[in-house]
Design a protein around this ligand. Structure first.
Ligand code: CA
Length: 337
């Protein structure tokens, strides 16, 4: 692909909180049954502020385990897995995560992870990291459900990653919370974990945030000369976007994407002829500074769908059809291979 690496910066816009509704009787009964006393005192607005959780503290508030059977959500430390013969993959950050934890007989069962009632606002979204492994493909499931006034609706299912060879933590797509106005709701993870030694489900890095974020930042102030002071990654503001050109050689696409994300940016998606020309001209004009001829872009081949190339905003587990397919292409000769 004739393309050059681009990073786009992102600005977060703070959102406002609104009024709350009274807790329903049904929710009260659930919370009284499962919750530690200190948690039942939290009001929906306070619960909202606590929704993100990486479990490094060992606490899961304002989430709580409401599993009815032999399998429960328990914070596990990577250094001391409960199932030594089926350890979780190395977390991308920290050491703790929430895992479907079975008894000594590895009994299967339904798992339920609920939040306290919290105030959701329009444009709210949630993402997670997850790991699912199944002896039998599709056996183990992980679904996210919204409970809005007692009506449950499934927001997302990650069960397609439920295979015997899944040894990766994956980052989910941001899942929108569909409310039209400030609404007190509950989120629920429903999961099923089988009784085979290979079976496992784990959740980490729950991020709850507003999606009121522009995709790009049309300002020059945020585009420094170098990415986070790294002189191997010079940056320029080109027509209102910040483009950085890494001269560091990376081993593969995943490593490169992580490098960009660690710098608060994303790999380049070249979606128009104009943008391709802009970057190409800049590259021609700055050979000493850029000093490379080949670059990774965000383009990737989607294995789930035959011959589908997409601009991947991040390797987040989204279905290929949900990401940006190539509209503009300018393959080099004999590409793609
Ligand atoms: Ca963690």
């Amino acid at each position: 692909m004739k393309g050059i690496q681009l990073f786009l910066t992102v600005v977060v816009i703070a959102s406002c909180w609104a009024a709350l509704n009274p807790t329903s009787r049904q929710q009260q009964e659930i919370e009284e049954h499962f919750l530690p006393l200190h948690l039942s005192k939290i009001d929906p607005l306070s619960a909202r502020a606590l929704m993100s959780n990486d479990f490094e503290s060992g606490f899961i508030d304002p989430w709580y385990d409401a599993s009815p059977s032999n399998v429960h959500w328990v914070v596990e430390d990577f250094a001391a897995p409960n199932e030594a013969n089926n350890p979780a993959p190395t977390p991308s950050f920290g050491t703790k995560y929430l895992r479907a934890t079975r008894n000594a007989n590895l009994n299967s069962g339904l798992l339920i992870l609920r939040t306290l009632k919290f105030t959701a606002l329009p444009a709210d979204q949630i993402s997670i990291s997850f790991w699912i492994r199944s002896k039998y493909t599709g056996q183990n499931t992980l679904d996210l459900v919204l409970d809005n006034g007692g009506t449950e609706s499934t927001l997302y299912s990650w069960s397609s990653y439920s295979t015997s060879v899944n040894f990766e933590w994956r980052k989910s797509v941001p899942v929108p919370i569909p409310v039209d106005a400030a609404t007190d709701v509950t989120l629920i993870f429903y999961a099923y974990c089988g009784g085979n030694p290979e079976d496992a489900i784990a959740i980490d890095d729950i991020v709850f945030e507003s999606s009121n974020v522009p995709a790009t930042t049309p300002v020059s102030d945020d585009c420094q000369d170098f990415l986070q002071g790294n002189t191997s990654v010079p940056c320029w503001n080109l027509e209102g976007k910040c483009y950085c050109f890494s001269t560091i050689t990376t081993e593969n696409w995943g490593e490169t994407e992580k490098f960009c994300k660690d710098g608060g940016m994303n790999l380049l998606s070249i979606e128009t002829q104009e943008e391709n020309q802009l970057i190409y001209n800049h590259w021609l004009a700055n050979p000493e500074a850029i000093n490379k001829r080949t670059y990774w872009t965000s383009g990737r081949y989607c294995p789930e769908t035959e011959w589908l190339w997409i601009w991947s905003y991040e390797s987040d587990g989204r279905n290929c059809q949900q990401q940006s397919q190539f509209n503009y292409i300018n393959w080099a000769e004999n590409e793609p291979t």
